[in-house]
Design a protein around this ligand. Sequence first.
Ligand code: SF4
Ligand code: SF4
Length: 271
Amino acid sequence: MVEDRKQRRQLERETRDRLRRLSTQGIDPDGGIAHLVTLKKALLGLLDGGAPSRASDAAKFATQAYSQSVQRHTPQGQGELACRAGCSYCCHTFVSATAPEIFNLLRVLRAQHDDATLLARLRAADALTRDLAGDARLTAHHPCAVLKDNRCEAYDARPNTCRAFASLSLAACERSWAGQRSDIPVPTVNVQLRGSFDLAMRAALRSRGLDDRSIELNHGLLVALETPDSEARWLAGEDIFAGVAADPVEREQSDEKRAAFERVISAIENG
Ligand code: SF4
Ligand code: SF4
């Protein structure tokens, strides 16, 4: 009994240390599996806590640690980002997020709006985007449900997909918006770290038997709001997001890529 208590305290101390270290220093994009295992353990520390909001809390930590990692590891001479407040071409496309990120985003939106107002807004956004995929979604230019007056209303809680998508060229984003072929120059460090955080979060979720898919944001937010006790039910293993479209990049992955991805996730899970 005394041993159990000692062990629990030791685990709590280790989790606190990891969270503190990762929140201030982030992770190194070239740190390899060891860094991803550390990140996964930090996430597990949050997911295993007793808080009813532990999925949202894990996402809040992961999104903030992601931004911290980008800030610390952006190489000198990378060039200036073109992104500015009020520029929102990138908020009019398919955006996906994990369930914990959706709960975290919804928590912030619910603190700003009453549920009836929010429900009407999410239903309106989802009605426009639910069945649009691929190029049709790109060219329709329908906004993300969280966008208001061309600004993200829950910027500090935006998912890592949004944090990762930054551009070194406004002209490239404008060309893409106009329907022209355009390779948007996204900083390499953003992409690398996006992959790292995604892998660690998914390994943590799988370790606890939770759904690790990345799903369409407008519909996901609507389901999370419409489902009573959504976060608790999801944490209990209920597949509340079963009808929400998964990220097409994941769905269309080649067998070879999927197998490589699965190998890395297993290595992190078992690390
Ligand atoms: S990624 Fe492009 S569209 Fe989005 S904020 Fe940056 S410059 Fe604007
Ligand atoms: S969550 Fe915010 S940053 Fe992300 S697409 Fe929506 S409005 Fe844009």
